[in-house]
Design a binder for this molecule. Structure first.
Ligand SMILES: Cc1cc2nc3c(=O)[nH]c(=O)nc-3n(C[C@H](O)[C@H](O)[C@H](O)COP(=O)(O)OP(=O)(O)OC[C@H]3O[C@@H](n4cnc5c(N)ncnc54)[C@H](O)[C@@H]3O)c2cc1C
Length: 405
């Protein structure tokens, strides 16, 4: 009997789950991918839109073009609710019946209830957010007398990488001297002791020193307590000008996930077992940023990263195939891969398990990873469609995934 798998979210996790399922079970299941957007975004490069090195168009790929050749159905819609009794996903415009459901809805900005934060800041999660920031910064930089005060709220990867891109943009526009005089400024505000708290100390030192040396005001151990039009107030009582405020500080589970009739952890992330299905329902899988995984020894301490979302997607797809074929489910175990950060065109940081390297070559490497990913997005539909026509391809794929998961 042909089963229907519905996947919510076409980000790194959801897209990988769709391709993997189609490759594992070419004819045994129908796959529908639902996303509220018409495009898949390569989010890790959106900071480069701010400096103009990358355009929004070059990192967004239409789902229709990608999924068309594979037989994966795409529905542009927004999931609002779930009815577990009738196995139905309620979307804004349609209702979908599922046999298996994969939730890969990602995360959304967390403004931590700070007054004015949502109203007066730019989010930083989509290419058009980055385009809006670039347009506003350019408008200010093109006027030689108007002050251009930029505040980045949050000194994690997004804040640090955006600071690097803004430095490149200011240099390109010939406004470096104004960075010294204070007519142009970049404040990078972080509540914790250091920037890049999830990285080794050496990476933190490199980033802080590099940005400070080039004129960024790195304010660690400073918290924003209120945001007003054109200003932020800090916990020290200080008021900083903010003609452009970019919110790079923290994420939370999407509101839709928080309302589902399924177990969540204490922060509202969807709880899944190490087999990646909900403890309440083994036909509902969760992957990527939206989930918290509870392993045999408690919650897995995982950063929310693209490669984890993809690995989880492959395990979830494999487990759906295992369930359909009456096999045991396999456990997900995280793999550590290097993390690459760019601080503009001249400096990058490579970090893996305590090892830290830096230099412009990291920026080149990061670009190569992006190109490889985008090329795979374009070529994979063709290889998936071909694979589906070759007898035994699903079996080989399954064997490979079992062995190299
Ligand atoms: C600025 C930035 C830079 C980053 N840089 C890196 C990096 O360098 N390296 C790295 O590994 N990770 C990076 N990350 C993290 C990485 O992007 C995430 O870990 C990854 O995108 C998670 O994949 P996902 O599939 O869980 O969610 P996402 O990729 O966020 O995808 C979620 C999808 O679900 C859709 N969706 C959400 N709710 C609904 C709904 N109700 N109905 C229908 N569709 C819905 C969204 O439209 C979206 O397409 C970065 C993140 C940001 C914001």
């Amino acid at each position: 009997m042909n089963r229907h798998v519905v996947i919510i979210g076409g980000g790194f996790g959801g897209l990988e789950a769709a391709f993997s399922l189609k490759e594992l079970l070419p004819s045994a299941c129908t796959v529908t991918l639902v996303d509220r957007n018409a495009f898949h975004f390569f989010i890790p490069s959106i900071h480069e839109i701010v400096s103009g090195k990358t355009s929004a168009e070059s990192i967004r790929i239409p789902f229709a073009a990608m999924l068309g050749p594979t037989g994966i159905r795409f529905v542009q819609d927004e999931m609002l609710a779930l009815d577990r009794e009738s196995r139905e996903v309620r979307c804004r415009n349609t209702t979908l019946q599922y046999d298996y459901l994969v939730l890969g809805a990602g995360a959304e900005n967390n403004f931590f209830g700070i007054a004015g934060a949502e109203e007066f800041s730019y989010c930083f999660r989509r290419p058009d957010d980055a385009e809006g920031i670039r347009n506003e910064v350019m408008r200010l930089l093109e006027d030689p007398v108007e002050p251009c005060h930029i505040v980045l709220a949050g000194g994690g990867t997004e804040g640090v990488e955006t600071a690097g891109e803004l430095l490149d943009l200011i240099k390109k526009e010939g406004r470096e001297d104004d960075l010294k005089s204070g007519l142009v400024s970049i404040d990078l505000i972080e509540g914790r002791e250091r920037l890049l708290t999830t990285f080794p100390a050496k990476a933190q030192d490199i980033a802080e020193q590099y940005l400070r040396d080039r004129g960024v005001n790195v304010l660690t151990r400073h918290a924003i307590v209120e945001v007003r039009n054109n200003a932020v107030l800090l916990d020290t009582g200080e008021r900083r000008h903010a003609a452009v405020l970019v919110w790079t500080g923290g994420i939370q589970p999407p509101a839709m996930i928080r309302t589902l009739p399924l177990q969540k952890d204490r922060h509202g992330w969807l709880l899944v077992t190490d087999r990646l299905h909900s403890p309440d329902d083994d036909r509902i899988y969760g992957i990527g940023d939206a989930v918290s995984i509870s392993g045999a020894e408690g919650p897995l301490p995982l950063q929310r990263l693209a490669h984890h979302a993809q690995d989880q997607a492959r395990v979830a797809a494999l487990n759906i195939a295992n369930q359909l074929e009456g096999r045991d489910l396999v456990a997900y175990s995280p793999k550590n891969k290097p993390q690459l950060i760019s601080l503009g065109r001249e400096m990058g940081i490579f970090a893996q398990e305590g090892r830290v390297l830096s230099g412009p070559w990291v920026v080149v490497l990061k670009k190569a990873v992006e190109r490889k990913y985008l090329m795979a997005c374009l070529s994979r539909p063709v290889s998936s469609a071909l694979g589906a026509r070759i007898p035994g391809a699903g079996f080989v794929r399954r064997l490979r995934m079992r062995l190299f998961r």
